[in-house]
Design a protein. Sequence first.
Length: 261
Amino acid sequence: MANVKETMLRIAGCAVSVKRAGQGPPLLFLHGGGGAARWLPFMGGLAERFDVIVPEHPSFGRSETPEWLDTIGDLAFFYLDFIGELGLERVHLVGNSMGGWIAAELAVRSTHDLASLTLIAPAGIHVKGVPMADIFLMSYEQLTRNMFADPTVADVVLSLPVSEEEQDLRLKNALAVAKLCWQPRLHNPHLAKWLHRIDVPTLICWGDSDKLLPPAYGPAFRDLIPGSRLELFEHCGHLPHAECGAEFLRRLTGFIEGVRP
């Protein structure tokens, strides 16, 4: 088990909760709409090779809700400040779902401090004729079951005990997602035309059985980001890093090891 340190940092006038463990090149993980309340097994695997940094976005989890937060683009600028404040260089930036959207928005603004970019089933663009699932119409149980290809994994997640504090944080996260992703649904109409600005090695990961963001979005991202690589995970849903953890670690570390120092 990694020795995980949890701290509160104040960046851009906002106190954010940050988990950190491991040694090596910095790897910044940006979580999806469900938050990052727990240190997950794949994070421990990454911490064996990297300095893994997992913040809870402003307005999520135990982090404060700042007055300046209105859009995903605001979070992209926030994380540019975050990287600068921590003095990070040659960062391996990884984001899943909404966190992948944030990561893409950050990278179109500046890749100066990035060594690589990994997007795990990111939101952020719209593919004509390929509708996303409307997560705002789903109950927590429905959303959880739609995240995984293997229903037994969803059963395990749903069976975990939930404290009153965790229930409050779950509601807080849901409200933040609604504020940032409600309209237009889960995308920025202007992002696609700027993805060509990403000039660092980019890996795109997608589960072939993703019920929330269809796998057809993977090739769309790949075609918009020059030189990017798309990896599909078989019999896997929206969270390859959680549902296919060992295979995800193998592919991600192999990708990063191939990035020029």
